[in-house]
Design a protein around this ligand. Structure first.
Ligand code: PAF
Length: 300
């Protein structure tokens, strides 16, 4: 059976025993029947092309909640690059098969078209996230976090989850979503989950499917550089480590470094010198051809 969000009717489609909704009204009708006093609902927002990293988020959500909604929606307002949006993998059928491997009757999929989320006008809100939005991804992907904030807020309004799960691979996104909840006072608990990695250390990402085997092997260097950064952080200052990282990518035939920062984990502001009792993290963005990969590591 070929499916896409368009082919899903107003009601849930029971795709091989997985409930898949294209419309918020149908989803909410079913959720309303389930919500009793102590009912806990989890939300795992995704853009599809699910991998083991997503499945581990969903497994955490299944442990904490009676029911988990997995949203699958490639959100146009968070892409600042049309080619990236066009090439973003869309694999709903394969995603549902992967969800089935979790063998849980408590998963529901919300896979809408843009209209169900945005109405007839697709636009993004402008947010002030106390400066978190201006660092790293914010500098290189202008407007990205306005798009993320807009869609995550809409998803919270539609699904009304008790708990929502986000991966630490997008650590800046996680910090921004925590800020969004603080600002809007939306009654949801944000749960951050550790980065899932391939055997060679490459952080799992939906974009990895766009890499050749050779590129995937080579991209293991990203995590290996981060691990050495962590070792160096004990004895060397941030400026020196940054120079060292630049050198590692200078003549690389496959990987192009976009940024590397050592930042305060709370403010995400880059540092030159460390201070006692502060927590720091290293962040990196690298291109393999036009495929952009990000990763990060806690330093102390
Ligand atoms: O991390 C993602 O996949 C997306 O940014 C999210 C949170 C699903 C919003 O579209």
């Amino acid at each position: 059976m070929q499916i896409n969000a368009n082919s899903l009717s107003l009601q849930a489609v029971n795709f091989q025993m997985m409930k898949v909704f294209a419309r918020k009204h149908a989803l909410n009708t079913l959720l309303a029947q389930k919500k009793e006093e102590s009912f806990q609902l989890g939300l795992v927002p995704t853009m599809g092309a699910l991998h083991q990293g997503h499945l581990s988020l969903i497994q955490s959500a299944l442990k904490d909640n009676d029911c988990v909604v997995v949203s699958i929606f490639v959100n146009p307002t968070q892409f600042n690059n049309a080619s990236d949006l066009n090439h973003y993998p869309r694999t709903l059928e394969a995603d549902i098969k992967k969800l089935k491997t979790l063998s849980s009757p408590n998963i529901m999929v919300y896979a809408p078209e843009a209209e169900d989320i945005y109405g007839t006008t697709i636009s993004k809100q402008s947010f002030n996230f106390d400066g978190l939005e201006h660092q790293m991804e914010g500098k290189f992907r202008p407007g990205h976090f306005d798009g993320v904030g807009t869609v995550v807020q809409r998803l919270f309004e539609i699904v009304q989850p008790n708990n929502a799960y986000f991966g630490e691979k997008d650590f800046q996104q996680l910090a921004i979503i925590r800020k969004l909840v603080e600002l809007t006072k939306f009654p949801v608990k944000i749960v951050g989950c550790p980065i899932s990695r391939e055997k060679n250390g490459l952080a799992m990402s939906s974009r990895n499917v766009r890499l050749t085997d050779i590129e995937q092997t080579h991209a293991a260097k990203i995590f290996s550089v981060l691990k050495t950064t962590k070792e160096k952080f004990g004895t060397e200052d941030a400026t020196k480590i940054k120079e060292w990282v630049d050198q590692q990518f200078e003549n690389d035939p496959i990987l192009t470094l976009e940024y590397f920062e050592i930042s305060n984990e709370l403010t995400l502001e880059p540092i030159d010198e460390k201070q006692d009792k502060m927590k720091y993290r290293a962040f990196i963005a690298v291109y393999v051809r036009e495929v952009r990969l990000i990763d990060n590591i806690a330093l102390n």
